[in-house]
Ligand binder design. Structure first.
Ligand SMILES: [Zn+2]
Ligand SMILES: [Zn+2]
Ligand SMILES: [Zn+2]
Length: 257
C-alpha cells in the first residue's frame, strides 16, 4: 500500500523566521527558508495520520487543505510538538467518534497535564477537542499499517520516533541507541533531526546526521527541525544527492505496507 507523506513543518522550536531576528535566513525571500514547527502528515487508504500537533498546526492544516484526521501520534511533550492540540477541534467535530491520540506514558502524562480541560470528564463548557488518549507500549497497527516506536535520546530524555513501512521519522534527538539503529535498516525514506552545524546538547547536527545516513544507508534522507543557521539552497548544494533539507509542503510517496 502506498502512502503520501507531507512535511507540515520543518523548523526548530522557535520557527524560521525567528521573532526579532534579522539574519539572512530569517529575511530570505526563498520560501524554502520559511519553516514552521516540526510535524508530518501521512495519508493512505483514505485515512490521515498526524505526527505531533505543533503551535503552527492551524496554519499548516489550512495550507495543506487537511479535511480529516483519523489518528495523532506523539513523539514527546515539548511545547513545539504539542501546543496545537486545541486546533484539531474542527476536524474532531467532523470525526465519527473521538480522534485517538497515541503516546508513551511520559508524553501522555504531559499532554494530560498541559491540556487538563480536554481530558477532564467533568468539563461542562463544551467546545473542546473530541480526542481520547491511548498509551503505547510497543508497535501498533493503524488502518492496515504498522507503526513501530523507535527509542531516541533527546538530551537527558528518552523519546520516540516512528518507523512505518519503508519510512521513519526521527525528530529531536542527540543520539540514536544501537538497538534502535537495528530498526532503521532497509529504509526508503529516513527523516533525521539536523538543527545546525554547531553542537547542541539535545539535538543532532548536520555532520552527525550525515554520518548516520552513511551508516544506516536509507535510499533517501531528509533533515528536519532546522534552525535559521542553515540556508536551504546553499546547504543542500553541499549534500550528497540522496540527502536534502526538508521544507514545509514537501510531499513524498512511499510504501507503508
Ligand atoms: Zn522540537
Ligand atoms: Zn535568524
Ligand atoms: Zn524536543
Amino acid at each position: 500500500m502506498n502512502a503520501i507523506l507531507t512535511v507540515l513543518g520543518s523548523g526548530t522550536s522557535m520557527g524560521v523566521p525567528t521573532i526579532g531576528c534579522t539574519c539572512r535566513v530569517c529575511t530570505s525571500s526563498d520560501l524554502h527558508d520559511k519553516r514552521t514547527r516540526p510535524s508530518i502528515l501521512l495519508e493512505y487508504d483514505g485515512r490521515v495520520v498526524l505526527i505531533d500537533t505543533t503551535p503552527d498546526f492551524r496554519q499548516q492544516a489550512i495550507r495543506e487543505k487537511i479535511t480529516r484526521l483519523d489518528a495523532i501520534l506523539y513523539t514527546h511533550a515539548h511545547a513545539d510538538h504539542i501546543l496545537g492540540l486545541d486546533d484539531v477541534r474542527p476536524l474532531s467535530f467532523k470525526h465519527e467518534g473521538k480522534i485517538p491520540l497515541y503516546a508513551h506514558e511520559s508524553t501522555a502524562a504531559g499532554l494530560e497535564k498541559i491540556f487538563r480541560y480536554i481530558f477532564d470528564a467533568n468539563y461542562k463548557f463544551g467546545g473542546i477537542a473530541r480526542v481520547e488518549m491511548n498509551r503505547i507500549h510497543g508497535p501498533l497497527e493503524l488502518f492496515g499499517a504498522r507503526f513501530e516506536p523507535v527509542k531516541i535520546i533527546h538530551g537527558e530524555a528518552e523519546i520516540y520516533g516512528f518507523r512505518f513501512g519503508s519510512a521513519a521519522y526521527l525528530t529531536d534527538f542527540s543520539e540514536i541507541p544501537a538497538e534502535s539503529k537495528e530498526q532503521l535498516r532497509g529504509l526508503d525514506i529516513l527523516f533525521l533531526d539536523a538543527l545546525r552545524h554547531r553542537p547542541h546538547p539535545t539535538h543532532s547536527t548536520v555532520a552527525n546526521s550525515l554520518s548516520l545516513v552513511e551508516e544506516l544507508k536509507p535510499r533517501r534522507a531528509f533533515f528536519t527541525h532546522i534552525s535559521h543557521d542553515l540556508p536551504h539552497q546553499e546547504t543542500n548544494a553541499g549534500f550528497p544527492s540522496h540527502v536534502r533539507l526538508a521544507h514545509d509542503g514537501l510531499k513524498l510517496e512511499f510504501k507503508i505496507a
